[in-house]
Structures are given as structure tokens and as C-alpha cells.
Design a protein. Structure first.
Length: 263
């Protein structure tokens, strides 16, 4: 663990001694991932998750044996976008260092958006308002955006804006995302990673995916369909986001957890 990550944990927990067990005992772990199953939401043009049972029975030798095959697109459910997803020559999933996936986190809350703001783009003014209330976003921070859309998972109609699949469904997508100008500010801050509780860091009606391009161009990984952000404090959390290590991958399924202090 890098020194800055270690110091962040100590500061969060208020621990005077560099004893990791003591620090962790003063908090709890939260799972920020959705399970992968038949209800998992994918982009309308992506291959959904499928599970085929290979064995779920007692063998002739008398012991129980279970095994399955699974298949899915890289980008669906709680998942990682590696920088190469939108920036040629940038890091693939397996080339991301652990130091890009683990670190102190802040939550920027926009869940007060009205239904008619479903295509809202989170802009620089909202970042400025958050910093005025909570302090500047430091380099090395994992920034998570809480729009409140996670409350609708796995209702495809409300969460995505459509229940249809295939290319014809893409123009029907409606959900909030990050304005490219805000993405540029975060990249300039040197943030570690950026996540959101919607299907994409770009809003549903985007056709150029500029926020993706900005963050990926800066080699910043993106976490999408992040779950349970309503349980995370605005500051003080510590995130561990570990994707399936797909060689040459543009992303992959993500198990993301957050450590938060307990009062």
C-alpha cells in the first residue's frame, strides 16, 4: 500500500498508530456491486450475461459438485471501462495498476434531480459547489457520482429509459452523466478514477461520448453501474475496485467495495 493511501486510512479512522487491523476495525465494508444474473442490465447492443449449469449434483463417488459456464460482454452490470475503451494506445484492463483502483473516495451527490432532468449533465458548477462545501478534490481521489438512479435497478425502463435491445434502442436511452467540461476538471485534478451509478459516465443521449474520451485520454479508469452509493458518506470512504483481469481487455466485470468509518 502506498504511503498516501495508508495515511488516508489512518486519517479517516483517527488512528494514531500505523496498525492496519486497528484502522479497519473502526469501520465497515460495503459492497458497491450488483450481482451478475439474468436481470443484469447491459447496453442495448451488448451481449447479456448468461449462466449455463454444467453440474449441480452428487457424483457417483458420493460428493456434491457444482460448476457453471458463463458468457457476457465486458461492459455491463457493475463494470470497469479501461482507458483503451475510448483512447487508442491507453491502458488495457490488465495493465491498470492496483494504485489506480484503490484509494480514498468522495461522493458527489446529484440525486435531487427531477424526473425531467433525466438527461442532466453534471457540470463544473456542481463540482465547484461540492468543493465549496467539502474542500478541494485532491489528486489521487476516487470520485463517485451519486445520481440516485441506482434505486431503479434492475428496472430497465426506468434505469435505461428503454426496455428494447439492439441499435434501435440506443436513441431511447435517458440517464444523467458527466459534462465533458467537468471531466476535464477532474482530469486536471489528477483524480485516480471516476465512477457513477448509471450505465455510462456520459449521459444517455450522448453520441460522441466526450466524457469517456477525456477521462480515457488521461488514463483514468471509469466505474459504471456502481451500486449502493446511497450508503456511502460524502467523504471519508476508501474504495477497492478490482475488475476481472482480462488480458488486452477494454473493461470487465467489477467487484467494488468501500471501507467507511463507523461512529
Amino acid at each position: 500500500m502506498r504511503r498516501m493511501q495508508w495515511l488516508a486510512l489512518l486519517a479517516v479512522a483517527g488512528c494514531a498508530q500505523p496498525d492496519l487491523a486497528t484502522v479497519l476495525a473502526r469501520g465497515t465494508w460495503l459492497d458497491l456491486s450488483y450481482p451478475f444474473d439474468s436481470t443484469t442490465i447491459y447496453w442495448p447492443t451488448a451481449r447479456p450475461f448468461t449462466l449455463q449449469v454444467v453440474s449441480a449434483q452428487r457424483t457417483a463417488a458420493g460428493f456434491y459438485y457444482a460448476a457453471n459456464d458463463f458468457a457476457a460482454a465486458e461492459h455491463g452490470g457493475t463494470h470497469l471501462d479501461a482507458p483503451i475503451h475510448f483512447a487508442e494506445g491507453r491502458r488495457t484492463t490488465d495493465r491498470l495498476g492496483l494504485d489506480q483502483l484503490i484509494g480514498p473516495a468522495v461522493v458527489i451527490d446529484t440525486k435531487g434531480l427531477a424526473e425531467d432532468e433525466r438527461d442532466h449533465r453534471i457540470g463544473p458548477d456542481e463540482l465547484a459547489a461540492w468543493e465549496a462545501a467539502h474542500g478541494a478534490i485532491a489528486a489521487g481521489t476516487i470520485v463517485l457520482f451519486r445520481t440516485g438512479r441506482g434505486a431503479w435497478w434492475p428496472d430497465r425502463a426506468r434505469y435505461l429509459g428503454t426496455t428494447r435491445t439492439g441499435p434501435e434502442a440506443v436513441p431511447e436511452l435517458h440517464f444523467p452523466g458527466l459534462d465533458p467540461a467537468a471531466a476535464r476538471l477532474l482530469a486536471a485534478r489528477g483524480v485516480r478514477a471516476v465512477g457513477i451509478d448509471t450505465p455510462s459516465i456520459d449521459y444517455g443521449q450522448s453520441v460522441t461520448f466526450e466524457a469517456h474520451q477525456v477521462l480515457a485520454g488521461a488514463d483514468i479508469p471509469i466505474f459504471e453501474n456502481v451500486a449502493a452509493l446511497d450508503r456511502l458518506p460524502v467523504t471519508g470512504g476508501f474504495v477497492v475496485a478490482l475488475p476481472m483481469k482480462i488480458g488486452g481487455g477494454s473493461g470487465g466485470p467489477l467487484r467494488i467495495a468501500a471501507w467507511v468509518p463507523v461512529d
